[in-house]
Design a protein around this ligand. Structure first.
Ligand code: ADP
Length: 254
């Protein structure tokens, strides 16, 4: 059961710790294991896009997975619209997930991939088709509904995966390195298109990346992470103008 805490709209992460490899009471007492997230607090307002940026292994995915409910919290809390999500399973959080490989259904065409969540929700067919067309337009694939998934390029596949993730209007979309399997040029173009699609649909989102150009393109605010902690959270302009430490400046290539 989600318990109201009276906090504001959007996502609220408080003092979150994620540990791996500490199953069993002896190992836990001995503190054996990896602390992937070492006490992170972060707010994402309704309609805001926040990037988690940091080097490989700094805990970005672990934090995202903890928000999704895919990893247990060793400490701290995750709340949405003021309701604590402790004990709320992944599928009851109303969040969407998008990974590096969008994992489309190979036997469904593009339109039916995008429609999947709407079918699950029981949306009538005419409404579904209208919404699918709207979403394909949002991701720059107008007219692709009847295309077979196998005929798509890597970039097109991720666009379809984004449309599918947006279809059920998730109250929060969690994107884990969604562009990192694509080549550099395509990534830059797609980053702009992802930002535009998230903005035009008013989607609240957390976007994990190790690429500061991508983070600055997509996000309203960027949380710079290192070794399981958030070093600074600011708008791209503020981060560039006033990095809080040498480590942040280094990581941003300043
Ligand atoms: P990032 O997303 O920034 O690359 P991760 O959250 O994937 O970082 O990883 C953070 C740390 O946690 C790393 O040291 C990684 O090796 C470790 N880790 C991640 N997933 C697991 C797991 N399932 N079991 C054990 N250790 C893990």
């Amino acid at each position: 059961m989600a318990v109201p805490t009276g906090r504001s709209a959007g996502l609220s992460v408080r003092d979150v710790v994620v540990r791996y490899g500490v199953e069993g009471s002896r190992r836990r007492r001995a503190g054996i294991g990896t602390t992937a997230v070492a006490g992170v607090s972060l707010d994402v307002a309704a309609g805001e896009i926040v990037a988690l940026l940091g080097p490989s292994g700094c805990g970005k995915s672990s934090l995202l997975r903890a928000v999704a409910g895919l990893e247990p919290l060793a400490h701290g809390s995750v709340a949405f619209d003021g309701a604590n999500l402790a004990g709320v399973p992944v599928h009851r959080r109303g969040f969407g997930l998008l990974f590096q490989d969008g994992q489309l259904f190979p036997h469904r065409d593009v339109g039916r991939n995008v429609a999947y969540g709407l079918e699950v929700q029981g949306m009538p067919r005419p409404d579904r088709e209208e919404r699918v067309a709207e979403l394909l337009d949002d991701v720059g694939l107008a007219g692709y509904a009847r295309r077979a998934v196998v005929t798509l390029s890597g970039g097109e596949r991720q666009r379809v995966a984004l449309a599918r993730a947006l279809a059920p209007r998730p109250r929060l979309l969690l994107l884990d390195e969604p562009l990192s399997a694509l080549d550099r040029q395509l990534r830059e173009r797609l980053a702009v298109d992802v930002r535009d699609a998230l903005r035009s649909t008013g989607t609240t989102a957390v976007f994990v990346t190790h690429d500061h150009t991508e983070a600055f393109t997509v996000a309203d605010r960027v949380a710079v992470m290192d070794a399981g902690r958030v070093l600074q959270v600011d708008t791209p302009d503020l981060l560039r103008a006033e990095p809080a430490s040498v480590r942040v400046a280094e990581f941003l290539g300043l």
